[in-house]
Design a protein around this ligand. Structure first.
Ligand code: ATP
Ligand code: MG
Length: 252
């Protein structure tokens, strides 16, 4: 299996009021094509920081991040922006959407900016509408972002993150703001997207959500303290129970 992401000795230090906060301390791991990896760990352990550093959204203090064999920490701004736009998808903790655009136009935006696929506006619209149909929110296409529910908005974010057919999808608490029913629906969609070939790396607090992933990395105090491979032949319930036992041993 090809490696999509290889992180080596990643460190991230924040300096605030002359105080150093070493949030990531020599973190190393790999993600293979087709995996669905969950990042878990206590609050403030560095999960979001890790996701932002490996996706090039934030600059690491030291270490390397190879995406498809290329070191994104050494890339020029424009080159990194193109990789992020064309090859990566993002679902953020706060759902950043443009207030003055409709849901559909928000979804189309990265598609219209991408140079990779060279699609006409019509083709991008077709792709956006297909995604909205797939995620069951097509009726909200022309709504403003304040005219949809939290669950619908989160699904719109997923559509937007997929408009350029990314190889790797990053998600920070994609179900964090959702009730259980919406969370289950969103996870079903993400699992489907993963089975169709997109590699997924997500942060979650929810062991029910993490149990659907193929692997869980547990981060504590800026280090990966444990790694759990889920037995995909087992039922959802059994996987969840096994993961919960493993998490409990780690002091979760
Ligand atoms: N931009 C920043 N500037 C300074 N410190 C930061 C910044 N972002 C995060 N931190 C600090 O880094 C640490 C890790 O934060 P991070 O957001 O990565 O945690 P997390 O594991 O995602 O937590 P949560 O589960 O609450 O989302 C915290 O101590 C936080 O205060
Ligand atoms: Mg976080």
């Amino acid at each position: 299996m090809a490696t999509v992401l290889e992180v080596k000795d990643l460190c991230k230090t924040y300096v605030t009021d002359k105080r150093q906060n070493n949030v990531l301390k020599n973190v190393s791991f790999k993600v293979d094509e087709g995996e669905m990896v969950a990042i878990m760990g206590p609050s403030a352990s560095g999960k979001s920081t890790l996701l932002y550093s490996v996706s090039g959204m934030d600059k690491a203090t030291s270490g390397t991040v190879l995406f498809d064999g290329k070191d994104i920490t050494a890339m020029k701004k424009n080159e990194l922006a193109d990789v992020r736009l064309d090859e990566m998808g993002f679902i953020f903790q706060q759902m950043y959407m443009m207030k003055n655009l409709t849901i559909l136009d928000n979804i189309l935006l990265p598609g219209l900016q991408s140079k990779k696929h060279k699609r006409s506006r019509k083709e991008v619209v077709q792709c956006g509408e297909d995604l909205m149909r797939k995620l069951g929110i097509i009726e909200a296409a022309d709504n403003d972002i304040n005219e949809v529910s939290g669950g619908q908005l989160q699904r719109a974010c997923i559509c937007r993150s997929l408009i350029n057919k990314p190889r790797l999808l990053f998600a920070d608490e994609p179900t964090g703001a959702l009730n259980r029913a919406n969370s289950n629906e969103v996870m079903e969609e993400l699992t489907k997207i993963n089975r169709e070939g997109t590699t997924v790396m997500m942060v979650t607090h929810d062991s029910k959500v993490a149990a659907k992933c193929t692997r869980v990395l547990y981060i504590s105090d800026g280090n990966i303290e444990g790694e759990y491979r889920s037995d995909v032949t087992k039922s959802d319930k059994e996987r969840e129970r096994a993961l919960n036992n493993w998490l409990m041993d780690l002091g979760w």
